[in-house]
Ligand binder design. Structure first.
Ligand code: AN7
Length: 373
């Protein structure tokens, strides 16, 4: 058995990295593909439904896949600092991988509206946290501007190495299922991840995509076909931050799913190409539906994802029910981030469920007998 040492080592042949680039890794990847058992029978459908639980990456989100490759390349190019705008998860990953590389991370976060766990990660890893009095889109604009004048390496998903890393999740899924699923559902913010998965699935059929072709002077890498099918790609947005449904930027994005509170997606063209090439669609979920799905998943399957992540399952369940996702097909939903990052959101309602008893055996016993399932 060789020790698993992360994505760059594992998928190096399928990544556009120079042979001498030294991997900056925290052992990301190899996240579980969990087949849902209780939900399908509870809701009465027969699709094979899986969740790819990206919340189990080292910093608790899928961003680690992109960050290991982006930081590996940045360090290879001699960068001494990285910078990103973030709704939280990118900054957590940037902060951790910068530490690993021994360089500085600058993170621009929006005013308020960032989950406390994510902010704590940036702080504990010693990133320089800059709060912008504006939203994510303002931060993104500023990062692009200062990137022109200051020697910092941008590690947002406009950095093509990020998508290269994130495509590896599709590789893992095909390895586990032995083929591509029929449908793949994702939450969509900047639409980097949906573009990355499509690139991953496509490269496993020997094809390129708009995102891979946009990758300028990349060293050649392996695109040997190992399967001949690709999934239909479906992207779900929060209703208050749904530019793909509105046909253009949303000026004041609002949603409880703060990770995807994004009005001006950076991978707009890539995502429409995915839509067209895969024969997929975009749809929206409102905040109540998102939170209800987060809870439903947690209490029926034992999987705790963050609200943004629940958007993928929320939309998928609705589309399975309506038949838009065909009966009997195989469906994978990516759960992009860990629920532990944002406990506030569930505890606001959950505190009501706490039971207080006197410190006496009889009180505890009474409580148990009343509530046995
Ligand atoms: C949990 O951290 O954009 O469509 O700055 O954290 O690829 O943008 C986060 C995005 C979904 C959306 N789920 O992915 C950031 C940031 C979670 C996320 C998305 C994000 P993209």
């Amino acid at each position: 058995m060789t020790r698993y040492t992360g994505l760059v080592d594992h998928y190096r042949h399928r990544l556009p990295l120079a042979p001498e680039a030294r991997p900056i890794s925290l052992g990301e990847g190899r996240t579980p593909l969990i087949r849902l058992q209780n939900l399908p029978s509870k809701l009465g459908f027969e699709n094979e439904l899986y969740v790819k639980f990206e919340g189990l990456n080292p910093t608790g989100s899928f961003k680690d896949r992109g960050m290991t490759v982006a930081v590996t390349q940045a360090v290879h190019e001699g960068a001494r600092a990285i910078i990103c705008a973030s709704t939280g998860n990118t900054s957590a990953a940037a902060a951790a991988y910068a530490v690993r590389a021994g360089i500085t991370a600058f993170v621009l976060i929006p005013e308020g509206k960032i989950a406390l766990g994510k902010l704590a990660q940036a702080v504990v890893h010693g990133a320089v946290v800059i709060q912008v009095l504006g939203n994510f889109d303002d931060g993104m604009r500023l990062v692009k501007e200062v990137g022109q004048t200051t020697p910092v390496s941008i590690v947002n998903s406009i950095n093509p190495y990020r998508l290269q890393g994130q495509k590896t999740a599709a590789f893992e899924i095909v390895e586990e299922l032995g083929r591509a699923p029929d449908y793949h559902c994702l939450p969509v913010g900047n639409a980097g991840n949906i573009s990355a998965y499509w690139m991953g699935y496509s490269e496993l059929t020997g094809r390129t995509t708009l995102a891979s072709r946009a990758f300028g002077d990349a060293p050649a890498y392996d695109r040997t076909a190992v399967t001949d099918t690709r999934p239909v790609m479906v992207g779900y947005q929060a209703s208050g931050a749904a530019p793909f449904l509105r046909g253009g930027p949303v000026k004041v994005p609002e949603t409880v799913a703060t990770a995807i509170r994004i009005g001006d997606p950076q991978s707009w063209d890539f995502a429409w190409a995915v839509h067209e090439e895969s024969g997929g669609w975009f749809d929206e979920c409102d905040d109540d539906q998102i939170l209800a799905t987060q809870k439903l998943l947690a209490e029926t399957e034992g999987v705790f994802c963050e609200p943004a992540s629940a958007a993928s399952l929320c939309g998928a369940l609705r589309d399975i029910r309506s038949g838009r996702i065909a009966a009997g097909t195989t469906v994978v939903c990516t759960l992009t981030g860990n629920g532990l990052k944002d406990p506030d959101i569930v505890m606001k309602k959950g505190l009501a469920g706490l039971i207080q008893v006197p410190a006496e055996r009889s009180a505890v016993e009474k409580c148990l007998t009343e509530r046995m399932r």
